[in-house]
Write a protein that binds this ligand. Structure first.
Ligand code: AMP
Length: 278
């Protein structure tokens, strides 16, 4: 595995790659969720590039930028064992100049849910993803796929739209959510949870399970499903419970094969999100 920290180095090493590239952008503190993306990229491509970059522009004032878990040594080892060819670990100065222009997330998909709770987050996220995708596409690989988790559903939908709107030559590959055996969706932020909080956090995935049960019983009214989910979430400081279609439009009736059920909330000071695609 080659580790590169500068853009010049990255462009040089990617210029000699032959065949398809699978790219997995991350913020590090890698877990099985990230690893599932890397494994999928590995199985579908000639070369795999992973980036680790805690992107400051997607953190809002007062969020956990400084405290965000950083595990550089362990991450390197995980990437090496997973057969990653190139690990890109740039510095902030490397990725940003002063007074950069920003891409603004479109209102229709950006303003609801995460877009209101973390206003500006998606603008910074799209900014860095656009930069990273352009860097990997720079040497015109014969085929270029980038892997993103459904865990960040709204992010995935916005990136897919950005790639289409800005004609970026990459195929976005959505990847399933990886959970712990007790149902908690894996997240780098789970390390913030105390034992007690972790138990409370399980109600997020339980609420989604409850929604599935209701749908299986042919309850398709989204208002009723939301109310039932909220009952399961009594120990969580709920930010939203929402049912949307794949375009992220609110829906009144579940459309099988075209619905995403999302939940976000705080347990203690830790903000957690989870979702289910049905
Ligand atoms: P992050 O490091 O949090 O920016 O995440 C990097 C990528 O890993 C994103 O595409 C996430 O959606 C994905 N990811 C994070 N957690 C999971 C998970 N539990 N299952 C699947 N993908 C995940």
């Amino acid at each position: 595995m080659i580790i590169v920290t500068t853009i010049d180095e990255l462009l040089e090493v990617t210029s000699s790659l032959k065949g398809s590239i699978g790219f997995v952008p991350t913020m590090g503190a890698l877990h099985e969720g990230h690893l599932s993306l890397i494994k999928k990229a590995r199985s579908e491509n000639d070369s795999v590039v992973v980036s680790i970059f805690v992107n400051p522009t997607q953190f809002l004032e007062g969020e956990d930028l400084d405290a965000y878990p950083r595990k550089e040594q362990a991450d390197r080892k995980i990437c090496e064992l997973a057969g990653v060819d190139i690990l890109f670990m740039p510095t902030v100065d490397m990725m940003y100049e002063k007074d950069e222009l920003n891409i603004i997330a479109p209102a229709i998909r950006g303003f609801i849910l995460e877009g209101t709770k973390r206003a500006g987050h998606f603008d910074g996220m799209l900014q860095i993803v656009m930069k990273l995708l352009n860097l990997i596409a720079y040497n015109k690989p014969s085929n270029f796929c980038a892997y993103f988790g459904k865990k960040d559903a709204q992010q995935l939908v916005l990136i897919t739209q950005m790639v289409k709107n800005y004609f970026i030559n990459v195929q976005i590959v959505p990847c399933d959510i990886v959970r712990d055996s007790d149902g908690l969706a894996l997240s780098s932020r789970n390390v913030y949870l105390s034992t007690e909080e972790r138990i409370k956090a399980l109600s997020l995935s339980r609420s989604l399970k409850r929604a599935t049960e209701l749908v299986m019983q042919k309850e398709f009214n989204t208002q009723i499903i939301r109310e039932e989910m909220k009952k399961v979430l009594s120990e969580v400081d709920i930010e939203y419970v929402a049912l949307v279609n794949r375009e992220f439009e609110q829906i009144d009736i579940v459309e099988l094969g075209n619905t995403i059920i999302l939940v976000a909330g705080r347990v203690g000071t830790t903000r957690l999100i989870d979702n289910l695609w049905i």
